[in-house]
Design a protein around this ligand. Structure first.
Ligand code: SAM
Length: 338
């Protein structure tokens, strides 16, 4: 006999829950479907959920066929993955990767509940920087939707949001590496200013770095307050969180390793599509695809970025900064001819 007590839901003051943990209905969309639908209809993302961006455009450029092998390098909530899996049937397979050990098991369970068994779908907790080591065969299609999921962003315990107080953590895998507050403790003013400039194009990097390092900063609120005291607005706060997040997770290092490994991981004629959310990411993807086109690695690449439609922007404001680029690997490559 077990003596486990049923979990009590979080108490909250006022008519509606305001904080992430209090929104118990949003955390259980299978039980409260109509309440969750109302949140989505208001253009908001329910707590504990992520709404996939530019799904139609992604499916359009990837042109999946039944029986193919596809890789979703950033599984997140599994919104894109569910659509890719459906388009690959009958007979296709999807391998989904994510570094996040907290969200990945939930997403795997969600996709299994949709009927995708182990012969069709495999989930692997790993960094896409090592894609070439993860795969045992090249894929027809590779997809990546860079950055953070809404589940990560909205959960104050993970330290990604300045809208709620929480530990200044910012690790996508909280079991590995250094937190953002530990990183801050190792930086001097010039090091922090360089990080703010390089990772988030912060125009007042030196002034903000000076202000941030006046006192130890260990929480999200302390960081936001230090920036505001130095005259920074919400955008400056957002940029500082972005810059620290990129550093803590070595996001540019991972992206560059991933871009370099793509030709090895794609079959001849295979397609790749990457969704980026800020200029540092988009610049790297654009350069890599352009240089691959010049040296014959890719036979075709997107001329321009694809953006969300105005209809999607209204329905999901988080799609605002999304930029989609794609490339097709050549049928013959310089190294396969030699
Ligand atoms: C924008 S979300 C993806 C959302 C997903 N497309 C969906 O429809 O739900 C990005 C995801 O990529 C993961 N991620 C970020 N960097 C990663 C990396 N280097 N390797 C593997 N996963 C990564 C994050 O943990 C996050 O879950």
């Amino acid at each position: 006999m077990t003596s486990e007590k049923p979990k009590r839901r979080q108490r909250y003051t006022g008519k509606n829950p305001r904080h992430f943990a209090e929104k118990y209905k949003e955390h259980a969309p299978e039980r409260y479907a109509s309440d969750v639908a109302k949140v989505i209809a208001k253009g908001k993302t329910p707590a504990g959920m992520h709404r996939p961006v530019m799904v139609r455009e992604v499916l359009g450029v990837l042109a999946l066929r039944p029986g193919e092998l596809a890789i979703d390098c950033t599984l997140g909530y599994g919104g894109h993955a569910a659509e890719l899996l459906a388009a690959l049937q009958p007979g296709g397979r999807l391998i989904g990767l994510d570094v996040d050990p907290i969200e990945l098991p939930k997403t795997e369970a969600r996709l299994r509940a949709l009927g995708f068994g182990p012969d069709t779908f495999t989930a692997i907790r790993t960094n896409y920087a090592g894609l070439a080591r993860t795969l045992t065969e090249p894929a027809d299609v590779i997809f990546a939707d860079l950055g953070l999921s809404s589940m990560q962003l909205d959960n104050p315990a993970r330290g990604f949001t300045y809208k709620d107080d929480g530990p200044l953590d910012l690790r996508m895998n909280p079991r590995r590496g250094q937190t953002a507050s530990a990183l801050l403790a190792t930086l001097d003013e010039s090091g922090l200013a360089a990080l703010l400039l390089e990772n988030a194009d912060e125009p007042n990097a030196e002034r903000l770095a000076h202000a941030i390092l006046q006192t130890p900063v260990t929480t999200t609120t302390q960081l936001a307050t230090a920036i505001r005291r130095a005259g920074g607005d919400d955008d400056a706060v957002r940029r500082a969180f972005q810059a620290l997040r990129i550093a803590v997770n070595d996001e540019f290092g991972a992206l560059e390793a991933f871009l370099q490994s793509l030709p090895l991981c794609l079959k001849a004629g295979g397609r790749v599509a990457i969704l980026t959310f800020h200029s540092g990411e988009d610049r790297r993807v654009k350069k890599s695809f352009q240089s691959g086109k010049r040296d014959g690695t890719y036979s075709e690449i997107s001329d321009d970025v694809v953006r969300a439609t105005s209809e999607e922007l209204r329905a999901n404001p988080r799609s605002r900064s999304g930029k989609l680029r794609w490339a097709r690997r050549s049928a013959t490559t310089p190294w396969s001819n030699s």
